[in-house]
Design a protein around this ligand. Structure first.
Ligand SMILES: *Cc1c(COP(=O)(O)O)cnc(C)c1O
Length: 458
């Protein structure tokens, strides 16, 4: 047997780690639509945004012309503890599928928080510290973001206050305890500690909370405490900027071995890992240098790109955040209770939305039982127990590889493996017990939440 030319794991040297983040908006001729002040419907200014976010992050949020931002030394030093992350050639999966396709995945689950979210958490904590803040507030649903942020805050000795959706707080005690171990204060939401939390508890006694409600509480906590700002783990353009480290490393690793990707696949919740993975590749497309097939994968139960509308909408259910133009199902949309696989945000990053609208990327929705089936196949052959979110990308990578089996094409398929699934065993249990089913919202349901969106003529 001849030696494989491409190793199983393509590692970059520490010195090959990106020194700058890439802002794909800089290369877009038609830019994503600006965030609007929900009161005046005028574009948000840096001063307005700086009341909620750290000033430097607000500047990154609004900057759609600068293509490269230096990654500060302190952040690079933290990255070095778990980056560059490996790009893995899935030889075992290829063999199992008996496909001529070459499958690669960029693995972001190699840190204690278990996902790519740490890439942005550490950046946001750094800028908060640099501004001399005491701490930051945020919300978390399943807990990956809260976990990443608590790690980042403990590193920079910042106070971290996490509003965790009450049902997850109770049902995911392990995530909660990881956050507390890293020093975060975790409060079940809705709480009695904020005005909005008390109001919601009064109106809906016994409610188990929602992400939208937790956002409202976290924003209130940030704006009513001296020396605090609010941070968010996805959707925002600043988060995509930080996550570009994923795509830059992926591209550097492929280039190192002379591999040209044909198809690039990522799961899409708020769009941050996908946006980060594809940014440098889309940049080449925008500059007319190369072409790629890019596929965003979302759950059939929360299909913002494939069945949503492209319009201004609230980013949160509490309607306290700026309006963003995005593919959305309406901020009142709540995925069915039996949906287990994450990616439950009603909208999509404005950058990813605009790229999709310009047809530079495509989107596909997949049902959760088929996602867990792919997760099981992957876990059994590639050794990694994938997060349910990541498994959406695995599903489509497998589907594409199986197509190649029919056509005989030797395509290079690259997908983002965003994290591990150790804290998602309740969902795996449902799948193992054959208690998982698929729910696809009807047109009527979507129409209802879409009809409640703000009417913005822009
Ligand atoms: C949060 C998360 C996602 C989805 O968020 P995006 O902003 O769309 O990337 C995907 N995978 C994992 C493991 C996550 O924790």
């Amino acid at each position: 047997m001849s030696e494989n030319k491409i190793p199983y794991k393509i590692y970059l040297e520490e010195s090959e780690m990106p020194k700058q983040w890439y802002n794909v908006r800089g290369d877009m001729k038609k830019k994503p639509a600006p965030l609007l002040n929900p009161g005046t419907l005028e574009p948000m200014t840096i001063d307005e945004l700086s009341g909620v976010f750290c000033r430097e992050l607000a500047a990154q949020e609004l900057d759609d012309t600068t293509t490269y931002f230096d990654i500060p030394e302190e952040i690079r030093n933290f990255y070095k503890m778990y980056r560059p992350s490996p790009l893995v050639r899935a030889y075992c999966l290829e063999k199992k599928l008996d496909t001529p396709a070459h499958i690669y995945y960029k693995f972001e689950g190699n840190n204690t928080s278990g996902s790519h979210k740490l890439n942005s958490a550490i950046a946001q904590a750094y800028y908060a510290k640099k501004q001399g803040l005491k701490g930051v507030t945020t919300e978390t649903g399943a807990g990956q973001w809260g976990t990443a942020l608590s790690m980042a805050c403990s590193y920079f000795d910042l106070d971290c206050q996490v509003y965790m959706v009450k049902v997850s707080y109770e049902q995911k005690p392990f995530r909660r305890e990881v956050m507390r171990t890293y020093g975060a204060k975790v409060t079940p939401s809705p709480s009695m500690e904020t005005e909005v939390g008390r109001r919601i508890n009064e109106q809906f006694p016994g409610t188990t909370g929602s992400l939208g409600c937790a956002i409202s509480e976290a924003v209130e906590a940030a704006t009513t405490q001296e020396g605090y700002r609010y941070v968010l783990g996805s959707v925002l353009s600043q988060v995509l900027l930080h996550q570009s480290v994923i795509g830059l490393e992926t591209k550097a690793a492929l280039d190192k071995y002379g591999i040209k990707a044909d198809t690039i696949i990522g799961c899409a919740g708020g769009g941050s890992n996908l946006g980060g993975l594809i940014s440098p590749f889309v940049g080449e497309m925008l500059r007319g240098e190369n072409n790629y097939e890019i596929i965003a994968v979302e759950p059939a139960s929360c299909p913002s790109l494939t069945r949503g509308v492209y319009a201004y909408d609230f980013c949160d259910t509490g309607k306290v955040c700026p309006l963003a133009k995005m593919y959305t199902l309406g901020s009142g949309f709540i995925p069915s209770a039996n949906h287990a696989g994450g990616l439950r945000y009603h909208g999509m990053s404005s950058v990813v939305s605009e790229l999709y609208d310009q047809k530079l990327i495509t989107a596909r929705s997949v049902e959760q039982t088929s996602v867990f089936e792919a997760a099981e196949t992957f876990a059994r052959i590639e050794g990694i127990l994938p997060a349910p979110e990541s498994s959406h990308a695995i599903r489509v990578a497998i589907d594409e590889a199986l197509k190649c089996k029919e056509t005989g094409e030797e395509k290079n398929i690259v997908f983002g493996l965003t994290g591990t699934g150790y804290f998602d065993m309740v969902a795996y249990q449902k799948y193992n017990d054959r208690e998982m089913n698929d729910y696809i919202p009807t047109d009527e349901e979507l129409k209802k939440s879409i009809s409640q969106m703000p009417k913005v003529d822009k």
